[in-house]
Design a protein around this ligand. Structure first.
Ligand code: KIV
Ligand code: ZN
Length: 577
């Protein structure tokens, strides 16, 4: 059945720009960023921020590196006015930061705004009126000339009050004009009104005016918006007397894409918020845009290296939550659940180490989580689908145990069983706990209570060759089983051989040594060795044991007894089933 409801919507009419050039552009530098968190973001909150929250948020924006911050709409309410005054009077605005104040192009509001900014060193006075076809028709019931008159009258007053204030205080005041709902305005009308405003404000290449072109309600695809921006820039007389600014909203969920393409189309400045807070579906997310640039090797000039802290401040002040899947900031965005993804991540990290690559070459992780202050530890959480490499990856990344590949299926099976039993995925500490229980803490049925290893060097006379002198190794120890201690003592041509012979004395026979692997764990003075031992049990089945000890030979011996214990337990378990 056809869903007829869609017929009530009028398809967006794109501007005609067949010779568009923006698709060939590459973003290779950061735009000027302007945060509108404290205005557009704040006005869209169920509980707008109080003074204390706004001050904390402002401080955080400064720490991130914003140099232009729209602090509010001081003529709209006493609270907004007070916030502006507090920032100025308490000297909370760094000299290299410009505050921006929004005002409608209406006389009494403009006058009040100029009162609010007295004493500020650097200010952008941002005035606006709505220009869209729809608003002219249904809200203002006026033609384009009526809308132009409002903008021009506003511009005249803004200019006069600015010149007076500069004369009085020497403040650095700049202008910004927004044809609100720019993207819903006929492009030629948008160009016309902006040209009139530039003329009225006396804009020159030396005294540029910011022309902010809001995508107030996102109504078209990102490429169509980029066409609008390129069209506007091409047709604007005296383009070099303007800074072209974007103010994208996110109604279609394509705010970030629309901004990126519009920057390719020639815009130089972006207004947006952290994490995309703002009216309805929000303003464009500046963190997302900045980190996208960063991931392409472009310095965004904003610092998100401590994204958790920024997110905490944001959530505290706005009472909004950052979604678990939010790019760069969400709880789950550096987590791989799929086994094949985990395997590829591990291979990418290994590759980077072995090739000493100075580039980030890890599949499935578009950026290094550490660059936004996220740890490696939560990158991978293991569920029963994680595959055998996943658990081994966690052991290596989080705990420094580099399990031999042949051991991955065995350990992966133990983890899968634990996941199934828990009915959820496991975090790294739980994975280590299983490893510990399964291998390191296993002391039954055979418990190696005491042990001594020493070498006996043969004298040169005893040796019948000129080769390096062979040595005999003694193992002496005490193995407890069946509630009794059993002293053992044996000599072999190496520690492992000696220990196998000692085991035979207590009836542990017919185990075949297959292979072993060892490496150091923990750096520095406390360095220990870990040995992974692969044996074949008397039934010819493979089994692994792990031993950790400061002495490498003892680590192997502990690994052997661990493997034997695991083989015996496996047999017992199977017999019971
Ligand atoms: O979205 C918008 O059009 C605005 C203007 C007031 C700049 O927020
Ligand atoms: Zn807006």
């Amino acid at each position: 059945m056809m869903y007829e409801g869609c017929k009530k919507y009028i398809p967006f009419q794109p501007v005609s720009l067949p010779d568009r050039t923006w698709p060939d552009q590459i973003l290779n530098k950061a735009p000027v960023w302007c945060s509108v968190d404290l205005r557009d973001g704040n006005q869209a909150l169920v509980d707008p921020m109080n003074l204390e929250e706004k001050l904390l948020y402002f401080k955080t924006l400064v720490e991130i590196g914003f140099k232009e911050i729209e602090i509010g709409f001081p003529s709209s309410s006493e609270t907004e006015y007070e916030i502006c005054r507090t920032l100025i009077e308490k000297n909370l605005i760094p000299d290299d930061v410009t505050i921006q104040v929004l005002v409608q192009a209406r006389e009494h509001l403009i006058r009040k705004t100029f009162e609010a900014i007295k004493g500020a060193k650097n200010v952008i006075v941002h005035f606006y009126n709505s220009t869209s076809t729809l608003q002219r028709k249904v809200v203002f019931k006026t033609d384009m000339q009526g809308v132009i008159n409002i903008a021009v009258e506003g511009a005249k007053l803004v200019r006069r009050l600015t010149e007076e204030e500069i004369k009085r205080s020497g403040a650095n005041i700049r202008y910004e004009y927004s044809p609100e709902s720019f993207s819903g305005t006929e492009m030629d009308n948008a160009v016309k009104i902006c040209e009139e405003v530039l003329d009225t404000l006396g804009a020159t290449p030396e005294k540029k005016v910011i022309l902010n072109l809001p995508n107030t309600v996102e109504m078209c695809t990102p490429n169509t918006h980029a066409d609008q921006i390129e069209y506007f820039i091409r047709h604007l007389k005296g383009r070099d007397r303007a800074i072209i600014s974007l103010h994208p909203h996110n109604d279609r969920g394509t705010g970030v894409a629309a901004t990126e393409l519009a920057l390719m189309a020639g815009a130089e400045r972006v207004e947006g918020t952290l994490f995309g807070n703002g009216e309805r579906t929000g303003n464009v997310d500046i963190m997302n845009l900045a980190m996208n640039l960063y991931s392409q090797g472009v310095d965004p000039h904003l610092d998100f290296s401590n994204i958790r802290h920024i997110r905490d401040v944001y959530e505290k002040c706005t009472n909004m939550r950052v979604h678990d899947r939010h790019p760069y900031a969400g709880n789950l965005v550096f987590t791989a659940f799929s086994g094949s993804h985990q395997d590829a991540i591990k291979k990418g990290i290994d590759y980077m180490h072995t090739h000493e690559s100075s580039y980030w070459e890890v599949p499935y992780l578009p950026i290094d989580p550490a660059d936004v202050g996220r740890e490696y530890e939560p990158i991978i959480r293991i569920n029963s689908q994680s595959g055998k490499g996943g658990a081994a990856f966690v052991m290596q990344q989080s705990f420094g145990f580099d399990l031999p590949k042949a051991m991955h299926p065995e350990f992966g099976a133990a983890i899968k069983e634990a996941c199934d039993a828990a009915g959820r995925e496991l975090i790294p500490s739980e994975i280590f706990h299983i490893f510990r229980k399964e291998y390191l803490d296993l002391q039954a049925p055979y418990h190696l209570k005491s042990y001594k290893l020493y070498e006996e060097r043969m004298s040169d006379d005893e040796s019948d060759s000129d080769e390096e002198t062979p040595s005999a190794v003694h193992f002496e120890g005490n193995i407890r089983f069946h509630h009794e201690d059993h002293p053992v003592s044996a000599i072999g041509n190496g520690p492992i051989d000696a220990f196998f012979k000692a085991l035979e004395q207590v009836g542990i026979k017919n185990y075949r040594f297959v292979t072993y692997r060892e490496h150091a764990i923990d750096a520095g003075a406390d360095s220990k060795a870990v040995s992974y031992i692969q044996l074949q049990d008397p039934k010819g089945r493979d089994i692994f044991g792990v031993g950790v000890h400061p002495n490498i030979s003892m680590a192997s011996i502990k690994g052997i007894i661990c493997a034997v214990n695991r083989a015996v337990l496996r047999n017992q378990k199977e017999a019971e089933e």
